[in-house]
Every structure is written in C-alpha cells, then in structure tokens.
Write a protein that binds this ligand. Structure first.
Ligand code: FAD
Length: 431
C-alpha cells in the first residue's frame, strides 16, 4: 500500500474476480494494477459455538461449505460459482439462497489508503467477534465503496435446521399479475428465518435474441420459489400457508414441495435443493454459459450482462418492471431473463440477466439494452442497487443529483487521500 501511495499507482482489489456480468476482473478505470487476493484463503476463525467465521478474501463458497459439513451450521450460498469468494460477493451486496449476503456481514478488517488497519462491527484484533461493541459501526461503508481493501470479514452462519423444504410453483405467464400478488402476500407474511423468496425465470425472448437463451427456457411460464427452514412442525405449518396462496391461483399454477434431504440427483430441481442446504454447485451455471468449467466463463460462447435495479415489493411495481424490461428487450431484439429476490418485506432486488452470443452485433445490442434499461428504470423510480464497470460513472452522477451524498467524498479524502483504491468504484473524492 505504501509503495502504491508513493508511486500514485491505483490498485483494484479482487477476491476471486468472478464478478461475471458486471466486469469480471476489469477495473472501472484504466491504469490500475489488479490486486488479486485469491491466495489469501485462510479461514482465520470458525466458531461453531457462536456460529460465525472470520474469512479472508480468497476463501471460496466450496471451501467454507465443506468445513461446515456435519456441523450445526450451514452457509448462505449463492447460485453462482462454487469457487467464487464470499468476501467479494458480500462487498457487492450479493444475494444468497437464504438471505441477502449483507445480512451475513458482521464486520471487516480493512487496510485503508493511508496504510492504517481498521476493524469494524466488533471484530477484534485476534480475529474474534464476541458481538457488536459500543460505538459507531462503519462496516457497511466498506460495501460497494472504494474506501479500503478488505483483508478479512466476519460472516454469520445459518443454524442448520431439522427440516428444509423447497416450495417451487410454476405460474402461467398470463397469470403473472395474480402471481405477483401471491408473491407480495407470501413476502409480507413469512417469518424472517425462511429462505429467500424469489419470482424467477421470466424469459423475454425476441426472435433475434433467442440463440442465447438456455435450452428448455419457457417464455410461457414463470416460477415462484421459497426455501422453508426450521423444525419439521414449523416447516409443515409454513408450507400450508404458502400452498394456500397458490391454490388461489387455480389451474394457473402447478406446485411442488421438495424435501431437500431426499431429492433425487436426476430431479431438474436438484441443484436448487442443494443451494437450500448450503451446498454450492456450478452445474446450472455451466449449462447457462455452455462451458464445462468456470475457468472458461469469460470466453464462453454465451456472454452475460447483468442489470440490477431495486423494485418495491408491490404488485404494481413488479408488473411495471416486467413490462418495462419486456418493452426494452423487444426494442433491442435481445433476450432478458428476470428474477426478483425478495430481500425484505418492502423491496426486491431485480436480477436481470442479458445473455448474448459473442458476435459483434449481438454484443452491441446487449450493451445498448442495458443502457436503455438503466435509463428507463431510473425514470420509473427503480434505481440500481448494484452496478457494473460500464455504468459506475452514471451511478455517481445520478446519485449526486438525487441524494445528499457529497459528504461521502470527505470520507474518501480521509481514508484514501491519494485516491489509490479502485478509482471510480461507487465513490468519488471531493477533490
Ligand atoms: C450464471 C450466474 C449466476 C450468478 N448467481 C449469482 C447469485 O446467485 N448471487 C450473486 O450475488 N451473484 C451471482 N452472480 C454474479 C457473480 O458471479 C457473483 O456475485 C460472484 O460471487 C462475484 O465474484 P467474486 O466473488 O469473485 O467477487 P470479486 O469479483 O472478487 O469481487 C467483486 C467486486 O468487489 C470488489 N472487491 C472484491 N474483493 C474486495 C476486497 N477484498 N476489498 C475491497 N473490494 C473488493 C471488487 O471491486 C470486485 O470487482 C452470478 C453470475 C452468473 C454468470
């Protein structure tokens, strides 16, 4: 850090660099040295009494999930790569199968641009975290920012429950309006320990974009999915409530309830039942990208762009967001695949995947679609919650126009006076 400061050479830190769809390993601006932290892969603390781990940036989902096998705790895994980091994904506000990763983040150890080390959230110098100690907690300022380089994070684990089922409903796309209403009711009534409720697999497929869509994608349906965790009695009770909602949709919905402990390996939903049990797998990802290993992802025949706005958990908002994306997808002749992760009883993270075959015309259309979608969603009151290297610049400008965030630049000046950490990433200095 001191060398980088002396030479005024900006650094762009990565945990495992699998930020696919948002820029992968590329810095936001040119001229940065990439600081790859993937070999910092020590699990410094695994506290099986209190249920937390202190991990370095290179610790992967696969690595920590394997250490938790047979213990009373499990990991909140994403549907992304098993060899992706937990730290990088959490710093980007990634979504896991049980909850948003932000909820897992207890504290960080971070090296500031001055070279000073800071720990937050009650994480102590010895890598223990007895709880959140008195005083201000700066943990979240290091998410989606460039104020420091995170060298360790304390993450909370999920108590491994007696039962985990996965409720999976397929809804006719013509009944999406009623489907979203059911989603909102379930989202507002469920108890917090339940896994992430999702409305997903809404495929918008114009003719010109069809080649990039995964085999078997059905534009005539959408799915609603929720893992239920708890004692057997509590899970059965929760199932009854969720199933009652789908019964109201009549023939428009077909529902399965899968016991994740006994789902057969050849079941099409097997990977999802694994995620619900805290076991990462790359199978679905390989099928989507048409690769055999994740190392091939950045050269895959199908590329992906991600567009990630936040949409309120309201029927009108969800339907409006689908309509907006449908209109832009059709206009740009490019497919999009939509998913809404219910991250609270008020809002959803909309994950829009824009797949494209790697041909110049298709690549150009995919980028134009993401730019147009960003503008249309901003105008509709659905700003992004997670950005990408192409659009970071507009995010900074838009935020400055709409929010009182100028003082954040003062933090940048204080923590990174020479501006050597990830320039352009979510935050600008006052200078
Ligand atoms: C098919 C598919 C499925 C996906 N599914 C999911 C999903 O279910 N949930 C989800 O959230 N994402 C998903 N993704 C997106 C993405 O692949 C993951 O978020 C992935 O975990 C990010 O890569 P990473 O963990 O290697 O983070 P990195 O690429 O290492 O980090 C992400 C960014 O955070 C910053 N950063 C990283 N480490 C540090 C550090 N130590 N200090 C400071 N800043 C740092 C960097 O700017 C970096 O660019 C999916 C992608 C695809 C293509």
């Amino acid at each position: 850090m001191l060398d980088a400061r002396a030479e005024q050479a900006p650094l762009y830190p990565l945990s495992t660099g699998r930020n696919w769809g948002m820029g992968s390993r590329s810095p936001v601006v040119d001229g940065c040295a990439v600081l790859d932290l993937s070999r910092m892969n020590t699990v410094r603390t695994l506290d099986l009494d209190d249920g937390y781990a202190v991990i370095e940036p290179g610790v992967t989902q696969r690595q920590l999930a394997a250490l938790l096998e047979g213990t009373p705790w499990m990991l909140n895994v994403t549907a992304g790569c098993a060899d992706a980091s937990i730290v990088g994904n959490t710093l980007e506000r990634g979504d896991g199968t049980i909850r948003g990763r932000t909820e897992d983040l207890l504290g960080v150890e971070v090296v500031l641009g001055t070279g000073e080390v800071l720990t937050t959230g009650g994480l102590d110098r010895r890598g223990r975290r007895p709880g959140r100690v008195a005083g201000p907690d700066l943990t979240r300022v290091f998410q989606q920012s460039n104020l420091g380089i995170v060298t360790a994070a304390a993450v909370s684990l999920i108590p491994r429950p007696e039962a985990i089922t996965l409720v999976h409903a397929t809804v006719a796309i013509d009944a999406l309006d009623e489907g979203t209403a059911a989603l909102v009711r379930i989202g507002r009534s469920r108890v917090a320990e339940h896994g992430m409720l999702r409305l997903k697999e809404i495929f918008v497929v114009p003719d010109r974009g069809a080649a990039a869509v995964p085999a078997g994608a059905d534009p005539g349906t959408a799915t609603i999915q929720v893992p239920l965790l708890g004692s057997l009695a509590a899970v059965r009770d929760a199932e009854r409530g969720v199933l009652a909602e789908f019964r109201n949709l009549g023939t428009a919905a077909s529902v399965r309830v899968l016991d994740t402990a006994t789902t057969a390996e050849d079941d099409p939903l097997y990977a999802r039942t694994r995620f619900a049990r805290g076991i990462p797998t790359c199978d679905a990802l390989h099928a989507g990208l048409r690769v055999r290993t994740c190392a091939q992802a950045d050269q895959a025949p199908v590329g992906w762009l991600m567009f990630l706005p936040t949409v309120p958990l309201r029927r009108e908002s969800l339907v409006a967001a689908v309509d907006l994306m449908r209109a832009e997808s059709e206009r740009h002749g490019t497919a999009s695949m939509l998913e809404f992760n219910v991250v609270s009883q008020h809002s959803t993270n909309m994950v829009t995947q824009i797949p494209f075959v790697r041909e110049p015309d298709a690549i150009e259309r995919a980028h134009a679609l993401r730019t147009a979608a960003r503008d249309a969603f901003s105008r509709a009151g659905f700003p992004v919650y997670r950005s990408n290297i192409d659009q970071q610049h507009s995010e900074l400008t838009a935020r400055a126009a709409d929010y009182h965030d100028l003082a954040l630049g003062g933090l940048k000046d204080l923590f990174d006076p020479d501006g050597i950490i990830a320039p352009g990433r979510y935050l600008a200095a006052l200078r």
